[in-house]
Design a protein around this ligand. Sequence first.
Ligand SMILES: [Fe+2]
Length: 142
Amino acid sequence: MACESLGIDADEAVPSRLVVRHIGQSLVKAMELAKQGGGPAAAQLVACECVVHAETKDHANWELLGKVAQAASGPVGQALKDAHDKVEKDEDHHLYHTKGWCRELWIESLGMPAVLPPPEEVKQVETAIGASRAEQQRSKML
Ligand SMILES: [Fe+2]
């Protein structure tokens, strides 16, 4: 929708899309490799890390888009602000929750008591501060 209002062809084959596709395919390949050789627990950890990689970049992209939206004015600025307002909170949620899952699954795999589902999930955090607070409370949630 934002692309349409900005006159951008979202399906145009630009070089940056090839890089993003390559990274995505590499993450899938990593998960397939882990599934073949390391057992289900290791495969789950690799999958979780791949999701954290993807969500970290996703989050960074939306953060940057928010900065551009703040700097832009007129219809372009409004289109970017609208897109950012619709998606940014979801991207926070994706990143903080997947990081929490990954941390706790790793802790469990190392033989230590884990909080599953992770504090970020239980407390339904939506912000970096909330995620930090949730992580700090994890020892009380064991
Ligand atoms: Fe995301």
